[in-house]
Design a protein around this ligand. Sequence first.
Ligand SMILES: Cc1cc2nc3c(=O)[nH]c(=O)nc-3n(C[C@H](O)[C@H](O)[C@H](O)COP(=O)(O)O)c2cc1C
Length: 351
Amino acid sequence: MYSLIRKLLFQINPERVHYLAMNSLQKACNIPALKYFIQQQFSIQHASLEKEVFGLHFKNSVGLGAGFDKNATYLQPLSCLGFGFVEIGTVTPKAQPGNEPPRLFRLPADKALINRMGFNNDGVVAIQKRLADWKNSADNTGTAPLIIGGNIGKNKHTENEDAWKDYTICFDTLFDVADYFVVNVSSPNTPGLRALQEKDALKKILNTLQDINYGKPKPKPLLLKIAPDLITEQLDDIITLAEEVKLSGMVISNTTIGRYELENTPTAVIEKIGAGGLSGAPLLKKSNEVLSYVATQTQYRLPIIGSGGIFTGNDAKEKLYAGAALIQVWSGFVYEGPRIARNICEALLPN
Ligand SMILES: Cc1cc2nc3c(=O)[nH]c(=O)nc-3n(C[C@H](O)[C@H](O)[C@H](O)COP(=O)(O)O)c2cc1C
């Protein structure tokens, strides 16, 4: 059924169809009978799916990755689709338009996407207000409400030496309305951002945030999202730092700047698309390797959210075996459709 709908949707510009589909779903969820129907169709509740990770209670371990609901606009419909958690953002202090379109491309023959969005978002103040409304809304009730991750970044025009200030503003402003935080230094579409993955730059950001965090009566879990393109020495530095600053976990991984595992897409098409982060099926193997390395080096003590190339229950199981405590989908949602969280949850149920 979804393969037919997908054929139609894939006729439309990818960025436009994203908003079209989510706005339609949101409208449908505003009608109580339709909302009930959508929940019945797409979400599943089972005690064995529930999980306790970094002190938070997740109704299931299937989340939606950052960048899908950048502005925290679609939490109600996403909750109806059965996700256990949604990571909003990346949020920056000031609103910014992101890169010039076109900036999102489908590579259907390889079940992949390339994007160079560039942190387009409404800015932290507007997003804080939306999250506060969501937290107080009737949709956010029940024994296991949707967990919200706040993925934070820096504005394009903030120099790297001042980046810690941007992360601080976002962390402070969202502190009361997000359940956990992710420091994003790994998107390839903000010039220079990935240089913040280097030891000293990262230390400054993470130390500053943890100082604020541990000054609060109830500190929030702080995680770091890394690129799959880091070399072993960089990963080792990050692992040492994660232990030093007492990170609660990591998100592994972001999109890759590599162009591997694209056997079915002509090189000319890939070259024409140009710069951007590759996600989807080609990323599964590489992101699992990085995940597995970090999990073994930390002796499975550091909870990891596995991201990259998850489409099916089997992909999710592979991530969990590689050492993930929770998983996130993004490209898989585009290719598999709105039943993805339910399908994965069903596959994770004990036989
Ligand atoms: C269009 C698009 C926008 C994204 N924006 C963000 C973002 O703002 N911040 C972030 O940390 N990750 C972002 N991501 C990365 C995803 O959260 C995810 O880590 C990555 O796509 C790998 O997962 P996937 O293979 O399931 O898509 C984005 C991905 C896509 C496709």
